[in-house]
Design a protein around this ligand. Sequence first.
Ligand code: TXA
Ligand code: MG
Length: 352
Amino acid sequence: MSSLNRDHKKTTVLLASSANDLAEAAHILRHGGIVALPTETVYGLAANGLSSQAIARIFAAKNRPLNNPLIFHVKDQHRAKNLFDFSGLNPQVAIRFELLAASFWPGPLTMIAKKAPHIPKIATGNLASVAVRVPESEATRTIMGMLDFPLVMPSANLSTRPSPTCAEHVIKTLCGRIDAVVDGGTCDVGIESTIIKIDAEEVQILRPGMIDNQELEACLKEKVRPVTAQHHERPLAPGQSYLHYSPSVFSVELRHPSQITDEWHGEHIIFARTSDFLALEKERGERAKSAINILLSDDAKQYAAELYDALYACERSPEKTLVIISPPPDGEEWRAILDRLTRSAGVGQSPS
Ligand code: TXA
Ligand code: MG
């Protein structure tokens, strides 16, 4: 157990490198507690996925609307399969599941199909389907191996705030609201998993992530339907219609580099890929010494890994307007990042 614990009254900080701490996390989960765990995408807030009471604590701690379903996390493909009900379905559904699981798990892919009857309704927001993922983080896999139930794990942040990619981010929004956090360092991928829905006819992406259409299509040897606009009345992935990833600053705007005018020499925070920033600087001259510039990588994978930490860094200046300079809209590798940036600027969403 870490000494940080003294600073956080009710939320214990456990260390991923300590076998005792991992056993302690498993113990808390077995007793109906809620614990933030590292994964390769973002930190998740875990509870016993078969206990309605433990699951209810997650919705309360995150301030999450009850109609926004949770993702189940298990250690392997076999345990994942037990959470679905493939009986009576077109055999193509199970075949697609097996192919994708073999290629991408453990990893940043979440699959949705018809749920098994034993899954509590509260976990799926009353939907007939369930979302399942096998995460890669070693510490979390060790904890899952000690448990005889699946975990539900939404991202470990207060609803509407950016997702956490390190234990400090979790503490920032959930300290005192959850029992513990296992500190496993920084997440490699940095943005949430790709979510797909498997039907008899096709596979559709509901939330873009770092596993893209092309990779899924190469595995399935068939077309995958890309993300379509979500209708507010009946969204396919309910969480996708809420305000998300929103840092606590005065306001957030997303602009194409050509739309940057007075902001350049104003007090706004400029948030950009390094190459876009340098190109603007060449055109318009240096910004004021006091101006805040948040520069991210030109490489999409690296940018994703830096994204949420950079959004949290902007919160050091809560009174300022954040101007995010949009990466290219046509690059497939930037699609998931653009999705998160658009949501963080609150374009086309309603607050949850
Ligand atoms: O990478 C991730 O997926 C992370 C880590 C912790 O694994 N988890 C995560 O969970 O992002 P969360 O709760 O923040 O996002 C889950 C999304 C929501 O948009 C939710 O509406 C959707 O998945 N979802 C869950 N179950 C669903 C279902 N049965 N049908 C449609 N959408 C579902
Ligand atoms: Mg989330």
